[in-house]
Design a protein around this ligand. Structure first.
Ligand code: IMP
Ligand code: MG
Length: 180
């Protein structure tokens, strides 16, 4: 285990099982529909890579990068698309693939922007869902795990761009925040 990690929340085998299970759910809904799996960079990249390989029918993939700011509990703020999807999503069945749903403001803004392009459908798959019991501007259509409200790293999730490559999800030691 990485020495900056306090404890592992979801290990590799548990993650693999949850991704397989979620893929079965998505397959039941999308088989034969050639969905477009859009990865929300960068955090969604690991989940996206695993999820697509767990789907045993034709899919297409794409990537989007965005930066959101000025968000509060009343508005979705401003969303700047740093990299739009390469595909034309109008008329497509789209699944957005993201690492974590926290307050939900960034995903809500992203969904709002993408809906302007008139996809046939737009659903959201997240690896983790946080802030349970809190009203959010958007809910996940598909998720692997619920998580408590603590800061997590690994499996795509970063702290200051580090730890994304850990194959498990863990809680950082306090020293790791101060050490940078
Ligand atoms: P929100 O749902 O708009 O609040 O923001 C979600 C984004 O915040 C995610 O895509 C992550 O980039 C980041 N984030 C939220 N919680 C965590 C965490 O525990 N670890 C790492 N990044 C997080
Ligand atoms: Mg993110």
């Amino acid at each position: 285990m990485n020495t900056d990690i306090e404890r592992i929340l979801f290990g590799q085998a548990q993650i693999a099982g949850a991704v397989q299970q979620l893929a079965a759910e998505i397959a039941a809904d999308y088989r034969g529909k050639n969905p477009l799996l859009i990865c929300v960079l960068k955090g969604g990249s690991v989940f996206h890579a695993d999820l697509m390989r767990a789907l045993d029918f034709p899919v297409e993939i794409d990537f989007i990068a965005a930066r959101s700011y000025g968000m509060n509990s009343h508005s979705t703020g401003t969303l700047e698309i740093l990299k739009p999807p390469s595909a034309d999503i109008s008329g497509r069945e789209v699944i957005l693939v993201e690492d974590i749903l926290d307050t939900g403001f960034s995903l809500a803004a992203l969904v709002h922007t993408l809906l302007e392009k008139k996809p046939v459908s737009l659903k959201v798959a997240v690896f983790l869902d946080k802030m349970l019991g809190v009203q959010k501007p958007i809910e996940a259509d598909y998720k692997c795990f619920d998580a408590d409200n603590e800061f997590l790293v690994g499996y795509g999730l970063d702290y200051a761009e580090r730890y994304r490559n850990l194959p498990y999800v863990g809680v950082l030691k306090r020293e790791a925040y101060n050490g940078n």
